[in-house]
Design a protein around this ligand. Structure first.
Ligand code: ADP
Ligand code: ZN
Ligand code: ZN
Length: 747
């Protein structure tokens, strides 16, 4: 039997298939979509490949063909239509086909060279066997010198439940670094506890459909038409926070199951917690598979298998669940469709909504997008008719929308209040505590991490690998880079001027917690941010705690805005609105509006009315005005005008070419080359902008320079771009790399 095999290689030009023979005794296992291990090229090492075609009748080859070595999968996760999708992704997002195929394969089967490692790598847990103090001392006294060792141990010091795969895949730390740490007596490697089962842990009562409100009924009936007709259709449910979108999703799924078809539900990574899953499980029991990046790889593989074997009709997951091997799809739901986590930030940099639309079209399925603050591009499509629009303007269960007030910080400054909590907010919290009701305080993540600086000379402790300040973690005296995980023991002396006047700077969630406790010494406070939620399930635990133990105040970053119903939260205070308004790329306003609006929506979701206080120095800002009026359209009308005037999506597409490499001068000159190639012979079909450094210039020891192209993308432009890339690849330096993002979320 002859197999056409696509080889797993990062070399773009090797996007070709090669012929191999399948030994007779393996023929009955052969199947399109299965991975195989083959010897490729001159080396003896085995490489991973994937069968794209099989033929029993073929012409005798002219030269001697090799046999495949073995199969790496016991079942095939791919079929012809998935292979077609991979080709589409590769073309549209400028990546190679194998990278696109990897999105559709179960995780954790990354192979280096030998296929043996693929099968034998079983996940184990890493535990620290020395105390934090001992390790810190060893780092301090240079007993531990290697940067990789420090990175590994620092990560372990403040992260629970770490698996070997987390470290290898997530931190790019090699197995030998782990072995050294073990040999030196810092860590131990233990068998995984049998993993907690997401479903079995839930003691969920079965629920039945609620009687829909009139608004809900309209939406359900409207969308069901397309489900019954098995017709491809995109629908947007624009419903205010608490309008009962989830109940609509549940009832739509019921209908699609009645039709004998299946459904995928996507939610933002951050809101994929017990609470979200619970609502689906209580309705559909174990007819559900869950895909979550915080699950262990072994568990995710198991779920993949259940889906592929047809054991479930519903898949719930974050972005990548759109690639689950589910067949006979009748409905795809994308909840909180404005969320930026639907855009992949790593290669292939795809848009989940585009992929979902492609799949639904192929399967004659219905795509439902839902949000209180739809993405500008989505809403624009709804207005011009490409997407059918359904509105839900009222909260379900008789809850009222919250009262929103803007608090001018100027007044507070005049009164001499220097705290980050305004007098008005302080009063409101006091009142809330008195009434035994709960409060959420929201700080924006960006720009609010605390970092260390020298008071004397202003030196900032930056990451040596990246062009960013390292984040200061006070609890364990650690400086950590959130981009590359480089870690350092908190330094007491300024390396520039020798001063010992080092202080942590900027208001973070930790600082806010301190200020709050100073104002109200007796209250209970919980904090939820990147720092407190690294461990698996930490986020769910904090929210459960807050809800069930009646904690007075929850402080958090945007993660508190997502997906939880907290009936006793009646006050939301937004501390860091100004930092959101200050960001300046084309989609910043959109993100600011949706963030502030969504956080406001956490207030008063039940019978008690809610109140939102937004602190700002810019109380005439149009974004805040629109939030205050609870009026998405007021914001949309302004924003769409701006996009049109200045030429941004959805009126034009952006291709961002990123040149990166180890040497800044080389990268700059390559970017210049690219710019010239792109500009040459451009008959006004697109616009090229001169090379520009991104916000973070250096990341992981690689410098980056961007060249932006604005165009209305069509096949003519695509083929022109592919031609240009070919020319550039022939002329660029060998060690520079190029990555291209179609419509980046920010520039
Ligand atoms: P959204 O997803 O739009 O933010 P939810 O689906 O979380 O809103 O609904 C908000 C609240 O209203 C939930 O507590 C939900 O149980 C309740 N709810 C939704 N639909 C109904 C209904 N038809 N009857 C009674 N309560 C409902
Ligand atoms: Zn870094
Ligand atoms: Zn200094």
């Amino acid at each position: 039997m002859l197999a056409k095999i696509l080889i797993n290689t990062s070399v773009n030009t090797l996007n070709k298939v090669y012929d191999y023979l399948i030994p007779e005794e393996l023929e009955k296992e052969a199947e399109v979509g299965k991975r195989v291990s083959v010897s490729f090229g001159r080396g003896k090492d085995l490489t991973e490949g994937l069968i794209v075609k099989l033929s029993t009748e073929y012409e005798e080859p002219k030269y001697k063909l090799k046999y495949i070595d073995s199969f790496l999968d016991d079942i095939s996760y791919l079929n012809e239509s998935r292979l077609k999708l991979a080709k589409y992704i590769a073309y549209v997002y400028f990546c190679n086909v194998y990278d696109a195929l990897k999105l559709m394969l179960p995780p954790g089967t990354k192979s280096k060279n030998s296929s043996k490692s693929i099968e034998t790598r079983k996940d184990k847990k890493i535990v620290l066997i020395k105390s934090t103090d001992e390790i810190m001392q060893d780092i301090e006294s240079n007993v531990i010198k290697s940067a990789k060792q420090i990175q590994l141990l620092s990560f372990l010091m403040y992260t629970d439940n770490v698996l070997i795969s987390d470290v290898i895949d997530g931190l790019s730390i090699s197995r030998s670094v782990i072995n050294t740490a073990q040999k030196n007596g810092y860590i131990d490697i233990v068998e995984c506890d049998k993993e907690r089962d997401f479903l079995k842990d839930l003691h969920v009562e079965r629920s039945t459909s609620l009687t829909p409100t009139d608004e809900q009924k309209n939406v359900i009936d409207g969308i069901s038409r397309y489900i019954y007709d098995e017709e491809y259709k995109q629908c947007l449910i624009h419903g205010v926070t608490g309008s009962g979108k989830t109940e609509v999703y549940l009832q739509l799924i019921e209908r699609v199951l009645d039709q004998g078809r299946k459904a995928i539900v996507l939610v933002p990574e951050i809101s994929l917690t017990y609470q979200t899953v619970e609502r689906f499980v209580s309705r559909f029991g174990n007819d559900i598979a869950i895909l979550h990046s915080k699950m262990t790889i072994a568990k995710r593989k198991e779920e993949y298998k259940r889906i592929k074997m047809g054991k479930v009709n519903i898949v719930i997951g974050a972005r990548s669940a759109i690639f689950a091997p589910l067949d006979n799809i009748g409905l795809v739901i994308i909840d909180e469709e404005h969320d930026t986590s639907y855009y992949s930030q790593t290669k292939p940099k795809y848009s989940t909504k585009d992929i979902a639309a492609y799949i639904c079209k192929e399967e004659n399925a219905v795509l439902v997008l839902g949000s209180a603050t739809p993405e500008i591009s989505t809403y624009n499509k709804a207005i011009n008719g490409t997407i059918e629009l359904f509105e839900m303007k009222n909260r379900a269960a008789n809850a009222k929308l919250p009262q929103i007030e803007l608090i001018s910080l100027r007044d507070d400054r005049i009164m001499g209040n220097t705290s980050s909590i305004s007098l008005a907010l302080k009063e409101a919290i006091e009142e809330n505590i008195k009434n035994k009701e709960q409060t959420m305080l929201f700080l924006n993540k960006r720009g609010y991490n605390s970092y260390l600086t020298c008071k004397e000379c202003g030196y900032v402790f930056n990451c040596p690998n990246c062009d960013v300040a390292m984040t200061y973690h006070k609890t364990n005296n650690l400086l950590l880079c959130h981009y590359c995980s480089h870690a350092e023991r908190n330094v007491h002396i300024c390396p520039k001027c020798g001063s010992e006047q080092i202080s942590s700077y900027n208001l973070g969630t930790e600082k806010l917690e301190e200020e709050l406790k100073e104002l109200f010494p007796k209250i209970s406070v919980l904090r939820m941010d990147a720092d407190t939620t690294i461990a698996r399930d930490a986020q769910a635990k904090i929210l459960d705690d807050f809800k069930n133990n009646n904690i007075d105040v929850l402080i958090g970053t945007q993660m508190i805005s997502k997906g939880h119903d907290m009936p006793n939260v009646t006050l939301v205070g937004i501390i860091g609105a100004d930092s959101l308004l200050a960001m300046n790329d084309f989609s910043a306003s959109e993100r600011a509006f949706s963030n502030i609006y969504q956080v406001s929506g956490r207030a008063g979701r039940s019978t008690k009315e809610g109140r939102v206080l937004i602190q700002t120095s810019d109380s005439e800002n149009y974004i805040l005005e629109a939030v205050k009026h609870n009026d998405y359209n007021e914001f949309f009308d302004k924003e769409i005008d701006y996009r049109k005037t200045y030429g941004y999506p959805p009126f034009i597409d952006i291709l961002l070419f990123e040149v990166s490499g180890a040497n800044l001068e080389d990268v700059k000159s390559d970017a210049e080359k690219l710019y010239n190639i792109l500009s040459y012979d451009n008959q006004n079909e697109y616009r090229v902008f001169s090379p520009k450094s991104p916000y973070i210039q250096k990341l992981n020891n690689r410098f980056r320079v961007n060249v932006m192209v604005k165009a209305k993308l069509n096949t003519a432009i695509y083929s022109k771009m592919y031609g240009k890339i070919k020319i550039y690849n022939a002329k660029k330096r060998a060690n520079a790399s190029l990555s291209i993002t179609k419509n980046p979320t920010f520039i």
